[in-house]
Each structure stands twice: as C-alpha cells, then as structure tokens.
Design a protein around this ligand. Structure first.
Ligand code: PA5
Length: 466
C-alpha cells in the first residue's frame, strides 16, 4: 500500500489546544466503545446495508463493462449529463471536480479529451432550462441514477429529458439514456426494460451516500477518462489499513473516537475545509454522508438520543475572509477538518514587481502553491492558539488513488461513528415525512390520508407574514 494520506490529530488534544482539547483519559474511556464499533462494522462488512464494503473487491468485472461503455460514450457524444439527486449525484460531482481540469467544460474538445459533463442535482426549473440552453440533446448521453428507482426529483428530470429526446429522435431516443438503478426494485428498472436502456445495477446493500465505488460513481468517472480501477485500489488499500482495531494504525477509527468525544463535549459542528479548489465538492459529498448517516433521533435501544453533528462546508483560503473569524472567536462548538494537498497539479509563480512597496513585495518571487499552504498552516496555528479543535488530513497529491483512499476513509469513519453512537447509520427516516407531504400535495395515489392530515394542519397566521 502506498502512503498517500497523512492524518494529523495533534490539534484535537488538550496538550496542544488547552482546556477544550481531548485528554488521554477521555481517549481511554472511549477505547472499548471504538473497538466494539470496529468489531461490529468489520463483522457486518458486505452484509445488510454494508454492501458498500465489498465494492473495492467485487467491482473489477463490472469495471471492465463500465470502461467499455464509457469508451463508446466518449467516442460518440459531446456531452454527458447525470440525472439524479443526493447520493446519486454528489459523488460523481465531487470526483469530477477533484480529478478533471477545474474549468473542464470551458476547455476546447481536444483539450478536454472527453464529453462535457453536467450533474443535475435539483429540480430548479431555471437550472433545467439553462442546461437545455447549453447542450444539444441529440449529442448528449444522459445517465439516470436512482437506487430506489422512485425518487420524484430524478423521475421528473428523466421525464423531461426523455420526452424531449423522443420529440427530436423518435424511436432512437432510448440510445441516449443509460440507467443506473437497483436490479429488481423501483420504477426505473421497469422503464429501462420496457424502453431498452442499457442498465448498470447498484448492488444490494449499497445506499446512495455509500455508492461512489459502484456504477453510480464509476460510470460517470470512466466517461471522464478517470482511472476507476486505481480509485478502487485506493479504496481497497484504505479498507485493508483499517482492518485493525488499533487506533494508532486505523485512522478512520481514531478519527471516530476523537469525534465521538468531541460530540459528547458539545462540539456539534464539523467544518470541512479543503485548501484546494479540486477538493471543494468533497465537502458537499461529506456533508450528506455525515448528516444523513448520523442525524438520528433514536438509537438501537429505542432511546431518544437526537444524535449527529452538523457538517459545514468551507474552502481555504476563501473562507478565511468569511468564516474563520467565527471559528477562532465564536462558540466552542466546532471541529475543523483541514484538507491539505502537498503537490498541486500546477505551479504558479508570483512575479517580481513593486520592489519599493514592501507590503506587496514580500510575495514576489514565491508561488501560489507556497502561499495557499502557508495560509493553511497559519490558519491551523491560529485555530490551535485560540484553543479550537482541529485536525489535518494531507494528500500527497489529488489523484485517483489518493481520492479512492480519502472517500473510503470518510465512509468507514462514518460507519464507525454511527456504531459508536449506537444508531442506524444507513436509514433516513427524517426525510420521509417531507417526501410523503410532497406526494400528497401532488395528488399521488395512495396519499389521500396524508393530504387530509396536511389540510387539517394548523394554518399559518397572517400576522406573522409581512
Ligand atoms: O443517501 C441516500 O440514500 C439518499 O440521499 C439518496 O441518495 C437520495 O435520496 C436519492 O435516492 P435514489 O438514489 O434512490 O434516487
């Protein structure tokens, strides 16, 4: 295994940040809980909703099919659009942003080397209209991704696009859709069979937010020319590294233990702050993973626990000029996760000039690379001096292998943390009520009682509407 990530937990400790920091005694008191969580997650690997833990090992054959399909798309189409939402959209977006040119879609075709790429992670009419303004559907391949095959937002996106394709291409419309969904359940699989769409399956036991290493993430990545086998290798190596319950050797478990103590001591917010634009959308992906997995009202014993930690997105250095004031002087309720990169894929020199103005000149002759990493270290220092919990994960460079390791690390970290909290990491009952209310308001069959419930809910008081 290549060591491409470094986990630095120093600044979580009281020895570094003082009274708000974690003590050895607190670590010792949670060690048994962490080891129990590790045993549970390891024993259930590949079972139930932990099917995602098999993905680094069982996607090899399907990866070949995906690469063959992706090569066909790269040859024939100008644009590739993902239709999906939540876990069916955030991984593909994050990987695209991390591993392709930061202005990929603005590059001319020969420099891009693959189709333009869009992910439609919403049902904002302006967003859909704007997509249709910039793409030629006749030269576009659409990948509809939904595990349940029933998500209203994704089905709405699909209905709009397929109708348009049929208007333009008639019975050739089905050559512009690839479905990624459950093999047996849901409506998309029925439609895919009826319409003859090529289909990739989301394996059993793989929920949306844990799906990046199956066709959900692998097909869009392969279409972009990303080496998906190397990503899977990174995930596999992280999985192997975390087979031990020795926290000194298992970074995901150590991070979970520290986060658990932090949550228990009122640190209800985790800020994901990459110091690299390429990792900006990893924060969005992490936010869903962490929020939807850990935000639960009851634990496995039926006890009301209202568990979870609110994830917040930040970007270094941009948010030094926006949020860092709060992080150093506001409430002691946060853990800041700094993501750093040693080697950027570009080096930009800061030229000489204005030698007579020292406040400008001190930058001259250096590089942006040095500036961004110096600012990261300086912010880390400032946070530590202000007694704020922070940790740093450093990537040697952002590539397929390191990203595979990083994403898998966060999945395991989430799984261990859920187990330490004794909650169900894999359900999302809190989003069901809103879904049902939408169905009722839209007049979906079977939701008549819910509609009645909504109609009899307290009405808004005009006096509070100005
Ligand atoms: O993580 C999850 O399970 C959810 O966020 C889903 O990804 C999201 O609701 C979309 O679901 P589906 O893939 O079934 O359309």
């Amino acid at each position: 295994m290549k060591k491409v990530l470094t986990f630095d937990f120093n600044n979580m400790m009281s020895g570094m940040i003082g009274k708000d920091g974690i003590t050895q005694q607190q670590i010792d008191s949670q060690l048994a809980n962490a080891q129990k969580a590790h045993a549970k997650v390891t024993a259930e690997a590949g079972q139930g909703w932990q099917g995602w833990m098999d993905l680094p090992y069982n996607q090899d054959k399907i990866a070949d099919d995906i690469i063959a399909c992706a090569n066909g798309v790269r040859e024939k189409f100008d644009t590739f659009v993902v239709l999906g939402i939540g876990g069916s959209a955030l991984g593909p977006s994050a990987v695209f942003n991390a591993l392709r040119h930061l202005r990929y879609n603005d590059l001319p075709k020969e420099k891009r080397g693959g189709p333009k790429f869009y992910v439609e992670d919403n049902v904002d009419p302006e967003r859909m209209a704007s997509l249709l303004d910039v793409i030629d559907v006749e030269k576009t391949m659409f990948n509809v991704i939904t595990k349940s095959g029933a998500t209203s937002e994704t089905m709405a996106q699909f209905l709009i696009i397929y109708d348009l394709l049929k208007q333009k291409l008639g019975d050739k419309a089905n050559q512009h859709i690839i479905a990624t969904t459950d093999q047996n359940k849901g409506n998309l699989i029925k439609i895919a069979k009826q319409e003859g769409f090529p289909t990739f399956y989301i394996p059993d036991g793989v929920g949306g937010r844990f799906s990046e290493f199956c066709p959900v993430g692998l097909l869009p990545a392969a279409v972009l020319g990303i080496d998906i086998k190397l990503m899977l290798q990174g995930a596999k190596d992280m999985d192997q590294m975390c087979r031990t319950d020795d926290i000194a050797k298992n970074p995901a478990l150590f991070a979970s233990l520290l986060m658990h103590v932090a949550m228990e001591t009122g640190h209800n917010i985790s800020v994901m702050m990459p110091y690299a634009d390429s990792l900006r959308l990893i924060s969005d992906w992490y936010c869903q993973l962490w929020a939807e997995s850990l935000g639960k009202s009851v634990d496995y014993d039926g006890k009301l626990v209202y568990a979870g930690q609110t994830p917040v997105k930040a970007l270094g250095v941009t948010d030094q000029h926006s949020q860092v004031q709060l992080y150093t002087e506001g409430p002691f309720d946060k853990v800041i996760i700094l993501l750093a990169v040693n080697n950027f894929r570009a080096t930009v020199d800061i030229p000489h000039g204005f030698a007579d103005i020292p406040d400008v000149n001190f930058l001259c002759g250096s590089t942006m690379n040095k500036l961004i990493n110096t600012e990261m270290e300086a912010t880390e220092y400032a946070l530590t001096k202000a007694g704020r919990l922070n940790m740093r994960i450093t990537l040697d460079s952002v590539d397929e292998y390191s990203l595979g390791q990083l994403l898998y690390f966060f999945m395991l970290h989430t799984a261990y943390s859920g187990a330490m909290l004794n909650i169900n990491t894999y359900n999302q009952p809190g989003v069901e009520e809103g879904k049902k209310a939408t169905y009722a308001m839209f007049g979906k069959q079977g939701y008549e009682a819910k509609k009645q419930e909504l109609d009899s809910a307290p009405k808004k008081d005009q006096k509070y509407i100005i």
